[in-house]
Ligand binder design. Structure first.
Ligand code: GLA
Length: 727
């Protein structure tokens, strides 16, 4: 209204500089940023590459206008939607100096475009005396965008940052659904899909680790997106500490996604000259559905996160002692187990909790990283040597960040733990978190681990972390951020000393699985549940972001210790094959027949692991009673699909399944390679007619992917693996 009443010549008197843009591009992705000097920066476009479009066109097409009842100008969105700029909806940056200096407006001062895929945009706010540096990078292989933001205090007084999203990422208006991750101990990576709405979707984690229940990942979908097709965008914060994710649909019609660190009160205080850098925020976009989105993240993990130590080696079959013996260690028993494990094809023997100090149960000894002489009279190195003499690597469990109050370490250094003054510790697994922000604590841990790794030539460590940190306070100050960094630093220190050492990230199962921890580790223990049926959904959820090569997956005992469900060896082994395979059961309790089946599964895994870990991963849209995932070689000459029947169905037969992703021009010899015996309940089934467990049958990729295959009738809790080879 006000504008319309102003004389025509007055309406245009405000001179705005001509907009300036930069574009980062790969063959499959593009991001265009508005970087006009002296103005706020913004994300103008992110999505598939626009080959015939100039940024100026998008800028004009995005023209918004002032509306009655609101500000007289439409307020532009920026990278941080900071408070001073006045945009409605939750800001991406909140900071203040004792209640003042919160009205920041970051304006571009410098733009450094390093190359086609990488740029830095530096902004300043002279008023609040802050400098803000945004780094954007598109990975040319994965097409995944990484963004990180650095805030520097240029003022004379301290500033407290309460919130700093790595970026306020505008969301395409066609995204109408959000897929998020939830779960609990022994049931991680479950998914929920909700319709978007006006207002805020908020997830916060203050567990002091990535958490079992709030994985920092979100996927945006349209009404029509599925595994196979449709527009989808995935987002992840590469951070193993506290975090917040939010999606806000403002009443002005715009939606933004933010991810960043969740700070405890006053935690992020910057003295003059100090800076804070957000963890990296990852974003991937495709119009080819959810499976393609996962492939992009998998490629990214391989191209930009994992060390070559992991990528260059076939993933060895593990034997983990935890569920076989728990705390009941003895040198003799372990040697027998090791021998039996080696005999069925195990390649790495990992000695879990219970080998050190007075750790005969979970109440004592944690922190005393000296092998228990009463259990290992000949020393731990003797067992390690024996394991190696059987042709296996030796791995060892540590939980470096924790201490039992009943331990020599705690008795000597009761002040070495994180604690909020005047507040009782929250009891959790009889242990307390050590304060890794203290140099002497890390030095002790490094010395102990380094000594054992060096003297016993340990090739692998399982790095556990078995409780939340509710009171991350060091010497009176909130320290969750510093603690998370200290863990990475300690890992890096060990890495530098032992470049070939592999590390598994475990936190009571999948409580610390994210791209941040994967920078220092080689395997994720996704869940303590070895129940193959539960594992189907856990691994499925994890596969949204993580490649199968890092997803530790173990064959457990027939009766799962956690769920008490009984599943046969075919199902347990068939499930573990589609991951980084391992065993976690007492081999002496298994029948000869089951050991033979297990041995066959290990051989199958070894034969196909290059395909399983190197192929393109795919999930198939199925009814709830099925779970079908596959891997297809890059040249599509070979593929494997695991098909699990999770529960019963109301139809007499299960439905026909399409193996999408196979090459329609090729012919494939189709066989069922797992289990070894016919799985069909009634005969003759398609298995007999097409000789699927025998010589196989040749089908065209077109028939298999367009028409699909009628599945045989199988019992719930069973699985089979199809193999396709070009003819
Ligand atoms: C955690 C891990 C398990 C095992 C135990 C040992 O629960 O997730 O795999 O290592 O600790 O105490």
């Amino acid at each position: 209204m006000a504008d319309a009443t102003r004389p025509e010549n007055e309406r245009h008197t405000q001179t705005t500089p001509p907009p300036q843009f930069i574009s980062l591009q790969t063959t499959n992705a593009q991001i265009i940023l508005t970087v006009t000097r002296g103005a706020q920066p913004g994300v103008l476009y992110w999505g598939q590459p626009l080959s015939n479009t100039k940024p100026e066109e998008i800028a004009i097409l995005s023209t918004r206008q002032a509306v009655h009842g609101g500000p007289m100008i439409d307020l532009p969105a920026s990278f941080s939607n900071e408070l001073g700029a006045g945009l409605s909806g939750p800001p991406g940056f909140i900071a203040h100096r004792n209640g003042q200096d919160w009205a920041a407006i970051f304006r571009v001062t410098t733009v450094i475009q390093e190359n086609e895929t990488k740029a830095m945009v530096i902004c300043r706010d002279e008023n609040t005396k802050l400098q803000c540096q945004y780094e954007f990078e598109l990975n040319p292989k994965s097409h995944v965008l990484s963004v990180s933001t650095r805030i520097e205090n240029m003022g004379a007084d301290d500033i407290i940052i309460d919130w700093c999203a790595a970026l306020c990422m505008p969301l395409d208006p066609s995204f109408s659904r959000l897929k998020s991750f939830t779960g609990r101990w022994a049931m991680e990576f479950q998914t929920e899909t909700i319709e978007t709405f006006t207002g805020s979707y908020l997830r916060e984690n203050k567990a002091g680790r990535t958490s079992h229940d709030t994985f920092p990942g979100l996927i945006a979908l349209t009404d029509h997106s599925n595994e196979d097709s449709g527009k989808v965008a995935g987002f992840h914060l590469g951070w193993s500490g506290n975090h917040r994710s939010r999606v806000d649909r403002h009443t002005d019609g715009r939606s933004f996604l933010q991810m960043g660190e969740l700070f405890f009160p006053g935690e992020m205080r910057l003295c003059p000259g100090e800076a804070y850098q957000t963890p990296p925020f990852y974003a991937a976009y495709t119009d080819q559905g959810l499976s393609r989105l996962s492939q992009m993240f998998h490629t990214h993990v391989n191209a930009a996160i994992l060390d070559k130590r992991t990528k260059d080696r076939a993933r060895p079959v593990h034997y983990n002692t935890w569920e076989a013996i728990y705390f009941d260690h003895s040198e003799e028993k372990l040697k027998k187990l090791a021998k039996k494990a080696a005999a069925i094809g195990v390649e790495r023997f990992v000695l879990d909790d219970g080998w050190f100090g007075a750790r005969r149960n979970d109440k004592s000894g944690l922190g005393d990283w000296y092998a228990a002489a009463e259990l290992y009279p000949n020393g731990l190195c003797d067992l390690a040597d024996y394991v190696r003499s059987l042709g296996m690597e030796f791995g060892l469990w540590f939980e470096p960040e924790m201490v039992n109050p009943d331990s020599d370490l705690y008795r000597a250094h009761p002040d070495w733990v994180l604690a909020a003054p005047g507040v009782d510790h929250i009891p959790a697994r009889n242990q307390l978190p050590l304060d890794l922000t203290r140099r002497e604590v890390c030095d002790y841990l490094f010395e102990r681990m380094h000594d054992l790794i060096s003297t016993c030539a340990i090739a692998y460590i399982k790095w556990d972390m078995n409780r939340d940190i509710q009171h991350p306070v060091s010497q009176g100050h909130s320290a969750a951020h510093r603690q998370t960094h200290a863990v990475s630093k300690l890992m890096q220190r060990l890495r530098d000393a032992h470049p070939d050492l592999e590390i598994e990230s475990c936190a009571s199962g999948g409580g610390r699985a994210d791209f941040g921890i994967l920078r220092h580790t080689d395997r994720l223990w996704l869940s303590d549940s070895n129940d193959a049926l539960d594992r189907q959904s856990i691994q499925l959820g994890g596969s949204s972001f993580f490649p199968l090569s890092v997803l530790g997956s173990h064959v457990g005992p027939e009766k799962c210790h956690i769920t008490h469900r009984r599943l046969n060896m075919d199902m347990r082994a068939g499930t573990a094959i589609f991951g980084h395979m391992g065993l976690e059961l007492n081999l002496f309790n298994e029948s000869e027949a089951d050991l033979a089946t297990l041995g066959a599964a290990i051989s199958l895994y070894k034969k196909h692991r290059q395909l399983i870990h190197g192929g393109n991963f795919i999930r198939i849209d199925t009814p709830d009673y099925l779970n079908i995932v596959g891997v297809i070689a890059e040249d599509r000459t070979e593929a494997m699909f695991a098909c699990a029947k999770l529960s019963g169905h109301t139809s007499t037969l299960p439905q026909r399944i399409r193996f999408s992703g196979l090459d329609r021009e090729k012919e494939y010899l189709t066989r069922i390679i797992w289990p070894m015996s016919d799985i069909a309940i009634t005969t003759p089934s398609i298995i007999d007619i097409a000789s699927l467990t025998g010589d196989g049958h040749v089908f065209s990729g077109e028939a298999l992917s367009v028409h699909g295959i009628q599945l045989p009738l199988m019992h719930p809790g069973t699985c089979m693996i199809f193999h396709f080879h070009e003819r």
